[in-house]
Design a protein around this ligand. Structure first.
Ligand SMILES: [Zn+2]
Ligand SMILES: [Zn+2]
Length: 978
């Protein structure tokens, strides 16, 4: 026992000593053994020819820095429309944001830095002239100096602007604050930040004032980032409800700036009524593909619409673009209650839009205020944005469970895909057959827009009342989060970690076994190197009780485990049996397994009791293969499943998401919850004829059973016979197109992650998947927007010890709010989408589309047999169908026994004219009561049952058996399947 509970350092020392006494393989006994030699010695793992895993990616760790807040009190009083007191772009907009942010600024004052302007007029002028002409700047100055009698007339020359004496000064200060904030973020003094400024900027063009805008704050900042800071890629995201045509024009042929805008458009009827705001305006020259417009053709878009656009278009492309900096043109006029937008985005949505963008560019995100005219929703939305930048939990989106992404939005996504697909690898998998023929959509470039437009539609009467509810809910949630953070006396620690070297006592006699003790000690040592433990709430381990084990396992399993170590010693046959199930045991196995499971519950309870927010259990043996009645595949007690059951039974939770990214399918978890709609199990895993755990359970068509239908989602990477490995882009695609859409709709109260790291490149048990540790930071980051941030992770597999340690560190530092490493082409081996990914994602979506509203975007409108047959195959089958006219007489006859005989028939297809005529005649004469022709072998070509018929009928019956009592006769009973 003592011998087995060594730390990795001790193992290393021992190995080093052994190596030194041995004759050097190079014949030079004085040569120091290399790190790799030591690794080979202790792990029996030949990694000497490997690329060091951390060297191929962005390996720097940077703890989260402060958040900047840039604003100017004068902006809350100055620059106003003196001839129209009701003008919507009023100083009060900034005033209400100041008031709403006050308590957050105070509570988080140790993490907020107030940003001042540079007040350097020469430098500012240079910045402005990189985007605007000098005559433009001059005329702004002159306009502000005009006598009031001339100001109004001057303003009329432009579309929707006003001037007063302070306009020039405020516009300059807005640019100053924007650029200073950005400078500090780029220089690393700040992690991110927000500029609450006005006048806004995104409509201002190089030579023209437009739409309340004079100087284009964000465009000027982007130019400065490129030309002064030498950045090569800037992502500008503009979620203002109006199209930021000023920014678009500034960078339309510049591939260094990716401009992405969502805006109300209505086929050009909505302001600024420009053809260039449509989806097919994607840039010019080398900038082609770097301008992305998502035009909403209707009012009333919801959180679900916007999230779908984010997941299906923006995030995949943004990850591929891999920007150096993210600038957000944050207009809140699409927020619920804003009469300008008439959209229905709840304030909480903005947290969910901003948070995933914080995974990009090493977290360098600057948010710059643009529009937003409903003061209540403006203030709340700005607060949600600011809190998200600070790392505060994203509140759950309550309306999602009833609202699906609209079909109009889904159609527009397909149009965007069709024009963007040639420019982005991440869209290359999108199936051609769903993309619209472009000539049928859009408008000719020269087509005039209808002049009679009514840009501001009336709100329905319930809008204000509903806004009241939403704000009340936001306030309640915000106070709950704040209370949680205020509670502890020694400072809030948002991440709980449990680790105990005693779990190393479960150890294989055979040093070459991959499930080796150092998997956890190396992880802990890596955390210590990064000084992460002191930032975490460290929990003590504990043993799980028998009652807790019985939540998921049966009595037999419990009893068998008690003496499992002793039995192996006395019974060699038993050891063989265990070996078949990929298990090894020793005297300490049961106690180590009980500590692993118990420690997971410790973390879970700390989270559910609001002592902390998230947690990671560095435990082994792993759990996800353990079945209710027996151990399996290195696993004894199903740690994650037990956590889920505990949360359901003890804490009364009703919706838990288990995400399993171990490279093996978590057969045990699936079995335990496949009939339970309270637990949504999603697994990404390799799948194949001989890949563990062999069997059909891991396939995409396993969607759950009985009332649990739809609550089991398998994403199988079928690597059999495929040369290309599955890599980071495949996992990101699965997240954006399947995992996140379903997870958001499910709206879990808790996220549990079965965190196995055997999908890493060069893991000894797997050779077809090649992830890097950094990707797990991003997957963790993306999932942490769910469930009010309650995420609990537990180590499962992963057998490349250095890779596991690095990955665990990446996940925990991400939970701590540190910046995720950059991820992009070149940072990962075998980058690019696997050709099998399209099939995999399409099959999963086909199997799940009846249960989840937003997974079908990349499916054709009609999808047959749950994805078993694609269109091409279907057409092929059509050619192979060979009926005769007489059969329709019989089908008609059989149907005419129904509905008191009321049968109405209408001609649809049929293109063999003589055959159609004959068939119509057969049907009508049958309705007339004439005798049917005889039907039998020999009367029809290719008589006999098709071998596909069994599958077809069985699949149909399978899909419908819960709805119709008598279709299941030819299905196995559930008990037969076990
Ligand atoms: Zn706007
Ligand atoms: Zn595994």
């Amino acid at each position: 026992m003592e011998n087995r509970s060594k730390t990795l350092a001790e193992f290393k020392a021992e190995a080093l000593a052994r190596l030194k006494t041995r004759k050097s393989p190079r014949g030079n006994s004085s040569e120091e053994p290399t790190v790799d030699d030591v690794a080979v010695e202790i792990m029996g793992l030949n990694i000497s020819d490997d690329v060091k895993i951390v060297e191929i990616e962005d390996s720097s760790y940077i703890s989260r820095g402060p958040t900047g807040f840039a604003t100017d009190e004068d902006m809350a009083t100055k620059h106003k429309c003196w001839w129209d007191a009701m003008h919507t772009e009023k100083p009060r907009r900034v005033g209400v944001i100041h008031e709403r942010l006050e308590s957050s600024l105070e509570e988080n004052k140790d993490r907020v830095v107030r940003v001042q302007g540079r007040n350097d007029s020469t430098a500012l002028r240079e910045d402005i002239l990189r985007f605007h002409s000098s005559s433009h700047l001059e005329s702004l100055k002159k306009a502000s100096e005009l006598p009031r009698s001339d100001m109004q007339a001057f303003a009329k020359k432009y579309d929707s602007v006003y001037f007063d004496e302070d306009t020039y000064d405020m516009a300059i200060r807005a640019v100053d604050l924007t650029t200073s904030l950005m400078d500090k973020i780029i220089n690393g003094n700040l992690q991110n930040g927000m500029a609450v400024i006005r006048p806004p900027g995104h409509h201002a063009m190089p030579e023209e004032f437009n739409g309340f805008c004079f100087l284009n704050n964000v465009a000027i900042a982007a130019k400065r980032a490129l030309e002064v800071h030498g950045m090569s890629k800037v992502l500008v995201v503009d979620f203002d409800v109006h199209h930021g045509q000023g920014i678009q024009r500034g960078f339309y042929s510049d591939p260094r700036v990716l401009y992405f805008s969502t805006h109300r458009y209505e086929r050009g009827k909505f302001w600024p009524e420009l053809r260039e705001s449509d989806y097919d305006c994607i840039g010019d020259g080398t900038g082609k593909g770097f301008n992305i417009n998502f035009p909403f053709d209707d009012v009333g878009a919801t959180d679900a619409d916007m999230l779908t656009v984010w997941q299906r278009i923006l995030l995949p492309i943004a990850y591929e673009f891999n920007p150096d900096l993210v600038l957000i043109s944050a207009g809140y006029d699409a927020a619920f209650g804003c009469a300008e937008g008439c959209m229905r985005f709840t304030p909480a949505l903005y947290a969910h839009l901003v948070k995933p963008l914080m995974g990009l560019a090493g977290g360098k995100v600057a948010v710059i205020l643009e529009g937003g005219y409903c003061l209540e929703s403006l203030a709340e939305s700005a607060l949600q944005t600011f809190n998200t930048l600070l790392g505060i939990t994203c509140p759950r989106l309550p309306d999602l469970d009833v609202k699906a992404c609209s079909s109009k939005t889904k159609d527009m996504i397909k149009r965007c895909w069709s024009v963007l697909k040639p420019h982005w690898v991440c869209l290359s998998w999108v199936p051609e057959d769903i993309l619209p023929k472009l000539e049928n959509f859009g408008l000719e470039p020269s087509a005039p827009f209808p002049a009679e437009s009514d840009p501001y539609e009336m709100h329905d009467l319930n809008t204000n009342e509903k806004l009241g509810w939403i704000l009340k809910r936001m306030k309640f949630q915000g106070e709950k989060f704040a209370r949680k953070r205020r509670k502890p006396q020694h400072g809030w620690k948002s991440v709980a970690v449990v680790y105990d070297p005693v779990m190393m006592s479960h150890s294989p006699g055979d040093k070459h076994h991959p499930e080796r003790p150092e998997r956890i000690s190396a992880s802990w040592e890596r955390l210590e190197e990064l000084e992460a433990p002191s930032r975490c709430l460290l929990l003590k381990s504990r043993m799980i009780t028998d009652e807790e084990i019985l939540l998921c396992h049966d009595q037999t399993h419990l009893l068998n485990m008690r003496d499992i170590g002793a039995r192996v010693k006395n019974d060699p046959d038993f050891e063989d049996k265990l070996h078949v199930k990929s298990l090894y045991v020793c005297d300490e196995t049961n106690s180590a397994a009980k500590i692993a499971a118990g420690s997971c519950l410790e973390v879970l309870e700390a989270v559910l009791n609001d002592i902390t927010e998230t947690g990671f259990a560095i435990v082994r043996p792993p759990g996800h293969h353990a079945e209710p009645h027996e151990p399996y595949g290195f696993c004894f007690y199903n740690n994650v499943a037990i956590m889920a059951k505990f949360a359901l039974e003890v804490y009364g939770l009703s919706r838990i998401l288990i995400l399993d990214w171990d490279v093996h399918h978590g057969n045990g978890i699936q079995r335990m919850f496949e009939s339970d709609p309270r637990v949504l199990y999603m697994s990404l895993h390799r799948f194949g004829a001989r890949f563990f755990p062999v069997g059909p359970e891991g396939n995409y068509d396993q969607v759950g059973k009985d009332i649990g239908l739809g609550f089991n989602v398998n994403i199988p990477w079928n690597a059999d016979g495929c040369r290309k490995k599955f890599s980071v882009p495949d996992y990101m695609a699965a997240f954006f197109h399947v995992v996140l859409p379903i997870a958001y709709e499910f709206d879990p109260e808790l996220v549990l992650i079965s965190a196995g790291f055997d999908a890493l490149d060069r893991d000894p048990v797997e050779e077809k998947i090649c992830l890097i540790p950094g990707v797990f930071a991003h997957l963790t980051h993306l999932l942490s927007t769910l469930a009010d941030g309650r995420v609990v992770m537990a180590l499962e597999g992963g057998y490349r010890v250095d890779g596991v340690a690095e990955s665990v560190a990446r996940c925990i530092t991400t939970l701590l709010g540190d910046r995720p490493p950059r991820l992009g082409p070149g940072l990962c081996p075998d980058w690019g989408l696997n050709p099998r990914t399209a099939t995999a994602l399409r099959s999963v979506a086909g199997a799940q589309k009846n249960y989840w509203k937003n997974v079908d975007v990349h499916l054709p409108r009609i999808f047959l047999l749950c994805g078993l047959v694609d269109f091409e195959l279907f057409l092929l089958l059509l050619k192979e169908i060979c009926l005769i006219p007489g059969v329709f007489a019989h089908l008609t006859h059989l149907l005419s026994t129904l509905a008191d005989g009321r049968v109405v028939m209408a001609l649809e297809g049929g293109y063999r004219v003589d055959g159609v005529a004959e068939s119509v005649a057969r049907c009508i004469t049958t309705l007339l009561g004439d005798r049917q022709p005889r039907l039998g072998p020999g009367l029809c070509p290719d008589w006999g049952l098709n071998p596909r018929t069994a599958t077809a009928l069985r699949s149909v019956a399978g899909v419908h058996k819960n709805y119709w009592k008598n279709v299941d006769v030819h299905l196995p009973r559930v008990s037969d399947q076990k």
